[in-house]
Write a protein that binds this ligand. Structure first.
Ligand SMILES: [Zn+2]
Length: 277
C-alpha cells in the first residue's frame, strides 16, 4: 500500500527505496549512525501520511545519499571480471573450460544488468545524463533497448504487482491470480496450468528472448529517448557479441557457449527479480 502512494514523491526517493537491496552494503549500514534515532525526532509531515513519514525516516537515516565508493568498487570488479572472462576465453580451447567461463560471464552479465537497473533509477550519479550514459553502456553489453526497459520499469514501480497496470505481471505465459488463469486460452492455458514447473524454463529464456524481443518491438513502435544511439547500440551489441564469440571459439563451441551463457544469465537475473516482486 505504501508503495502505491509514491507518485507524489521525487523520482530519486522512490527509486532509492525500491533499489534498496542494491544500496544496502554493510559499509553503508555502518555509516548510518545511530540507525533509528530518527524515530525519536518529531516528523515534519502531516499526521496519517504513512508514506511521507517513512520517506522522512529513510532520508534522515541517510539512505538516499549517493554512494560513489560502492559503485566505483562495483564497476571496477564487474569490468575486471568481464576482461578476465574474455581473456580466458581467448586462451583456452577446451569446451568444458569454456563452459566454466560461460558460468562466470553469465554472473558478470547479471551484475551489469543490476548496475543498469540502478542507473535507470538515477541512483549512481546526481546528473541524469551520466546515469543515462551508464545505462546505455550496459544496454550495449547486454543487448537491450534502454528506453523500453526504463518505460516498463517505471510503470512497474508506479503500480507494483497491480494486475492490469504493472507490465511485469502482464505476461502471456504466466497467471498471477485465478481470474487471470481462467482468461488464458489454448496453449497459454496449458502452459499456465504447469507454470510452477515451467517457471525455471521461462527464466532461462529471459536473457535470450525476454530482454530482446519486446525491446526490439518497442523500438519500431515508440519514440526512443536516444533515437540514433539506441538502434546503433543494439546493432553494435549483436555484432560484437556474436563476432567475438565466433572469432574466439570454433563454431560448435561458440553455439554451445552462447546457449549456456544466455540461459544462466536469464536464470540468475530472473531469480533476483522474481522474488523481489
Ligand atoms: Zn527498480
Amino acid at each position: 500500500m505504501l508503495l502505491r502512494n509514491r507518485t507524489d514523491l521525487s523520482a530519486e526517493a522512490v527509486d532509492t527505496l525500491t533499489g534498496a537491496d542494491q544500496q544496502a552494503s554493510p559499509s553503508s549500514a555502518a555509516s548510518i549512525a545511530p540507525p533509528f534515532t530518527a524515530l525519536e525526532e518529531p516528523l515534519q509531515v502531516a499526521a496519517g501520511d504513512e508514506y511521507a513519514q517513512l520517506r522522512q525516516l529513510v532520508k534522515q537515516a541517510g539512505l538516499l545519499e549517493k554512494q560513489p565508493a560502492y559503485y566505483a568498487r562495483k564497476f571496477v570488479l564487474t569490468l575486471t571480471m568481464l576482461a578476465a572472462g574474455l581473456a580466458f576465453l581467448a586462451l583456452v580451447d577446451n569446451i568444458w573450460l569454456q563452459l566454466v567461463d560461460a558460468v562466470l560471464l553469465a554472473a558478470v552479465f547479471a551484475q551489469m544488468a543490476f548496475l543498469g537497473h540502478d542507473a535507470g533509477h538515477r541512483q549512481i550519479f546526481r546528473s541524469a545524463r551520466r546515469n543515462d550514459i551508464v545505462g546505455l553502456g550496459m544496454a550495449l553489453f547486454l543487448g537491450m533497448v534502454r528506453t523500453w526497459w526504463v518505460d516498463k520499469h517505471n510503470r512497474h514501480h508506479s503500480f507494483p504487482n497491480e494486475l492490469g497496470k504493472d507490465p511485469d505481471v502482464d505476461i502471456p505465459v504466466l497467471a498471477f491470480d485465478e481470474k487471470d488463469a481462467l482468461r488464458k486460452k489454448g496453449l497459454f492455458r496449458i502452459i499456465v496450468k504447469y507454470q510452477a514447473y515451467l517457471f525455471i524454463v521461462m527464466l532461462s529464456m529471459e536473457g535470450f528472448v525476454g530482454l530482446r524481443l519486446a525491446g526490439i518491438q518497442y523500438m519500431f513502435r515508440k519514440k526512443l529517448k536516444y533515437p540514433v544511439a539506441e538502434p546503433l547500440i543494439m546493432i553494435a551489441h549483436f555484432a560484437a557479441y556474436l563476432g567475438l564469440v565466433f572469432y574466439l571459439l570454433s563454431p560448435w563451441h561458440a553455439a554451445i557457449f552462447i546457449v549456456v551463457h544466455q540461459v544462466l544469465f536469464g536464470i540468475y537475473m530472473g531469480a533476483v527479480f522474481a522474488p523481489n516482486h
